[in-house]
Design a protein around this ligand. Structure first.
Ligand SMILES: NC(=O)C1=CN([C@@H]2O[C@H](COP(=O)(O)OP(=O)(O)OC[C@H]3O[C@@H](n4cnc5c(N)ncnc54)[C@H](OP(=O)(O)O)[C@@H]3O)[C@@H](O)[C@H]2O)C=CC1
Ligand SMILES: N[C@@H](CC=O)C(=O)O
Ligand code: NA
Length: 429
């Protein structure tokens, strides 16, 4: 019933030397490289190199004239997360360094270089704007706002691949990018490398904490582990708020319970799913998160995930008949016809004293990255300690051994995701 796709395995150790060549090339590219490559410090000489770089940038910071006074914020994508992000921005305690200068939906754009007042009804203003969404206009106007003492940050709250492809051009102009959108970091290597190169060229930063575990400090924790010289052995856990919610409620150890389609529908109503819930159920969302994490691990060779998430060994839970459902509504309308298949899985697991959980693993030693539905005994922590949309992420490292570093909490939903975006924005101030 369930399909596996895109298996790309390669032995990690064999390719490690190639990875280091790449990593060192990025290091040499610029002292201001601030995305993931700056955290690649697996070897003594890299650590030494990084220390001298750090000293250089401290000296530079001390001698610079004034820290930025104003942070112009442009928000592209004003759906669930975008709206909540704007609300958190507008409620930022005074005196706020932030000036909301641009809002864009997929159709309209509102540009206010002097900033919208925190009390403004932005929805009404955007709705009544006569300016059509236009990336050339947006790029030109935002680029013109970058100047000493004034930062410009573009916050991409869409799930659009087209928007993600524009990051390098914005970063090159010195516009920082903050986003919960996974597309740029989990797809083909070219875009990801373009982002690193653009950061290196201009010194702009691209932060993506909310792409994994929403507001949970997962990406920053991994960066810190690597930056301080720890060696990641394995990262495993429950990475999808949607899958967590679904199976925490659908598979509780009992043979009976709510229908699968009903639980999926509720997950969508609660704002946990991707715009198309099929992107959660086909495992792609988890595969994307695993690819994002894997790309931060120095010992993972680039050749392991040449196509990003598409190279992750992924189990899809989408029934074949629904693989081409055009949108979320069509998908959910047709899902009840497949409830019996999921019922059977639940019954079989319950009969064996087990529950179902959708998990992911980045296994550095084995050179494996996998996302799959697995059974766990009723007494396993994945059965007893997860609730709601909880993610649980376990970092097994040289230092955190034999007991892993564990991060757990809500892994989806507008409030916690917007908080993750906001926390990145604060890192730029
Ligand atoms: N929901 C969650 O719990 C989490 C979400 N994320 C990520 O956050 C992002 C947003 O998710 P969410 O808010 O739930 O999704 P929504 O579908 O609610 O919002 C996305 C918005 O993006 C807009 N949009 C699409 N394309 C464009 C474009 N080219 N330019 C401008 N706007 C565009 C759509 O607007 P329009 O109506 O105009 O088409 C839509 O309102 C996604 O990348 C998601 O993966 C990450 C972690 C958790
Ligand atoms: N749809 C995603 C949202 C967060 O990334 C999930 O359910 O985890
Ligand atoms: Na996070």
């Amino acid at each position: 019933m369930f399909r596996w796709y895109s298996t790309v395995f390669s032995p990690v150790l064999r390719h490690r030397h190639r990875y280091h060549r790449w990593s060192n090339r990025l290091w040499s590219a610029s002292p201001t490289l601030v995305f993931s490559a700056q955290y690649h410090l697996p070897r003594a000489q890299n650590l030494h190199f990084s220390t001298s770089r750090a000293m250089t940038s401290t000296t530079h910071a001390q001698s610079s004239v004034t820290p930025p006074q104003t942070v112009c914020v442009a928000v592209v994508g004003v759906g669930l997360v975008g709206s909540e992000f704007i609300s958190q921005l507008q409620h930022f305690p005074a005196p706020s360094p932030f000036r909301l200068v641009l809002l864009a939906s997929s159709k309209k754009l509102l540009f206010a270089p002097d900033g919208l007042a925190p009390t403004v009804d932005w929805q009404a203003q955007l709705q009544s704007s006569s300016t059509k969404h236009d990336y050339a206009f947006l790029t030109r106007e935002l680029g013109a706002l970058v100047r000493p003492g004034q930062k410009v940050v573009l916050v991409d709250n869409t799930s659009s691949e087209d928007v993600a492809r524009l990051y390098p051009s914005w970063l090159k102009l010195g516009i920082d990018v903050v986003t919960p959108n996974k597309k740029a970091f989990s797809g083909e290597a070219g875009l990801f490398e373009g982002i690193l190169a653009a950061c290196a060229e201009s010194g702009a930063r691209c932060l993506n904490e909310a792409t994994v575990g929403a507001g949970l400090p997962v990406v920053s924790t991994l960066k810190d582990l690597v930056a301080t010289g720890d060696k990641v052995v394995k990262i495993e856990g429950v990475f999808s708020g949607t899958m967590s919610y679904i199976f925490n409620n659908f598979s509780t150890g009992s043979a009976d319970g709510p229908s699968f389609s009903a639980v999926v529908k509720t997950a969508r109503e609660k704002g946990y799913t991707e715009p198309h819930p099929g992107d959660d159920l086909n495992g792609a969302d988890v595969a994307r998160k695993l690819a994002i994490l894997a790309r931060h691990i120095p010992a993972i060779p680039r050749t392991l995930l040449p196509a990003g998430y598409a190279s992750v060994q992924t189990q899809s839970l989408v029934p074949a008949a629904l693989a081409t459902a055009p949108d979320g509504d069509a998908f959910l309308a047709a899902l009840p016809a497949h409830d019996a298949d999921f019922d059977a899985l639940r019954r079989q697991a319950a009969a064996d004293g087990a529950v179902l959980r959708f998990v992911g693993v980045v296994d550095v030693e084995k050179g494996e990255v996998r996302a799959e539905l697995k059974r766990y005994s009723n007494t396993h922590p994945f059965a007893t300690s997860l609730g709601g949309s909880d993610n649980i992420i376990m970092f097994h490292t040289e230092r955190y051994s034999p007991r892993p570093l564990i991060i757990q909490g809500a892994g989806a939903g507008a409030a916690v995701t917007a908080m993750g975006v906001m926390s990145d924005l604060l890192k730029l101030v």
